[in-house]
Every structure is written in C-alpha cells, then in structure tokens.
Design a protein around this ligand. Sequence first.
Ligand SMILES: *Cc1c(COP(=O)(O)O)cnc(C)c1O
Length: 367
Amino acid sequence: MKVDVFSLKKQYEKIKDELRDPIAKVLSSGGFILGEDVSLFEKEFSAYCGAKYGIGVNSGTDALFLACLACGIGKGDEVITPTYTYIATTFGISIAGAKPVFVDTEEKTYGIDTSKIEKAITDKTKAILLVHLYGHPADMDAIIRIAKKHKLKVIEDCAQAHGALYNNKKVGSFGDAACFSFYPTKNLGAFGDGGMVMTGSEEIKEKMFLLRDYGRKGRYENIIKGYNSRLDTLQAAILRVKLKHLDEWNEKRREHAVLYTRLFKEAGIDIVLPCEAGYAKHVYHQYVIRVKNRKKVLEKLSNKGINALIHYPIPVHLQECYKELSYKKGDFPVAEKCCEEVFSLPLYPELTEEEIKYVVSAVKEAL
Ligand SMILES: *Cc1c(COP(=O)(O)O)cnc(C)c1O
C-alpha cells in the first residue's frame, strides 16, 4: 500500500463537474482581474468566518505583510510572534519592515505560549501576530487580554485553520486583522496561490483595498504607493465552489483524527498525540505526533510507502535568514524540542479507514 501525505487529485475528481461552469464563465467573461467572483467570494468567506470585511490578495504571505502595513506596522516597530510556525508568518512582519520578537510554544496545542508574551513586550511593540497552528486555535482570550492591557494590535495567521472554532467563534473574527492562505494543500485551497485579509475595521479595509491594487483610487490616480496583490477571479470562482464543501471536509478530517487517536491509544505506544483544548474545535490541517527517534521512524514508514512530512524541522529563530537577530540554540527550548520530534501523518478528507489503520500499524512497528 502507498499512502500520500495529502492528495489533491482525489478532491478534484469529486468536484470536477461542479467546477466546470464557474470556470468557463470566468474564461468567457475575460474579467480575470478583480472580477465579480472576487467580491462575491470576499463576502461569502468573510460571512463564513464571522468577520465584517474580506479583502482578497495574492497569497497568505501577502495577506500577512499587507495586514501589517494596513495596521500601521513598519520600520522601527516590533511584533511579537511564535518561533514555532511556518516561516511565512515571520516574513509577513519582516517584509512590512518591522522586527519579529519571538516567543516560545505551548507544548500541548503548539500555539504561542501566552504566559511568555508579556516578558517580550517593549516600548516598540506594536502587535501580537499569532498562529492557529495545524488547525488548532490559539488561546485568543489570553492574547486579547494582554493586547488590550498594552494597547497592541492583534493579527491572526489563519493559514492552517479555515473553519476552526475558539469558544464556538470562528478564527479570523478575533483580530484587528486576520490572514488566510488558499495555497492548494490548505483546508480551503485554490488551484494556485491566493489569500485573504479579514477585518472588522473600516479603516483597515480601505487601506487594504488600496494596498493590494497600486494604491489606486480612480484608474490613474494613485493616492499611496501600493502593490499588485489581487486574488485572481479564476481562483475566487474555484474557491466559491470549494467553500460549500469546507465544513464537510473539515468534519472528515476530524473523524480521521479521532480514529487515528483511538487506534494509537488502543495500541498503547509511547508517542505524543495531538490534543484539543477545551475551548477549541480543531480542524486538523495536520495530524502531528511526536516521537523520540524520528529519523528511524520516518525511514521505516517511507519503506512502507508512507511519506510523512516534518512541520517544521527548524524553528524560525534558528533559520539562517534571521541570523541578524542573534538568537541562539536554547533560547526557546519547547519549540526546539518540538522541531526535533514532530512529524505529520497523512490526513485529508478522502483518506480511508484502511489507510489510517495501515499507517497506525506501520508507526507501531517502526517505533
Ligand atoms: C501556508 C502558510 C502561510 C503562507 O501562505 P502562502 O499562501 O503560501 O503564502 C503563512 N502562514 C502559515 C502558518 C502557513 O501555513
């Protein structure tokens, strides 16, 4: 048997017929840039998230850096953020010209350790940029409490958490701004790059509309220096179709996660399993486990046709590209330990029970 870590082909086969007309409509309309489907998808997805406004952009990374700019963050500012994330989170801060200030990870949920945020605040701190990593929401009450006390902006990185709930409220509805990616393998993915910023603020929305489209007011009147970062009409049309399936796909991910967890517990083996905090509805972008002897385990799994991936092998503070920040090994011990032990098992809606059982027995043998 061979089990892929994700599979986009199976999903496409299922929705192929639904996609045909919407795609053909865009192609024959010729409205490829900021066509009708973009504003419709902005409305539909922001309504889904419980946010007032959505602004479609080119990618999740662009959503992050443009959201920072729209929140007034730039040169000379500091932004508090987890070191344990995909590096694009941090690039959002750096591309905006600000300095990332890292905080360690909470070991059970893999979110930012909120008990360590206040120590990282200085008079230059402007915002907390948190991540709902792997699809598990960060502890928003604690983060918002600290942000209010110190008058900081809150920006959510929701790239892995479309549809996740924190105390029954969708992620993306909490921050001053929230950033989504529609990279193909995300829980809601396009057929290429795409992203969106959510906000409840009229001012941030207006700034975002300018920033993503050359700072244009009229056709040739440019009131600020802007960028070219628009969600393609074609991707928006595809995402509108896929959004209708998001809840059903997330439920499947959750069912698979429950089955993995049950089988692992029954097997009684010594690995760290994902958890779901009392406030959380996890959407399992990844099903991440931890073992002590990862290298050996991954080799054995690979021999059995299971190509598990490591999310992520290096914490951001130890990345070569951030050496100017002078962090060193040992600065964030929890994140560093996680990076040495974690790996992600195959998890996507179309996975079968047989495949899950096969993976569990392969992990058991590989330990
Ligand atoms: C995927 C991802 C991003 C970047 O999104 P792109 O659309 O690939 O630019 C940012 N943050 C996190 C946590 C991600 O997983």
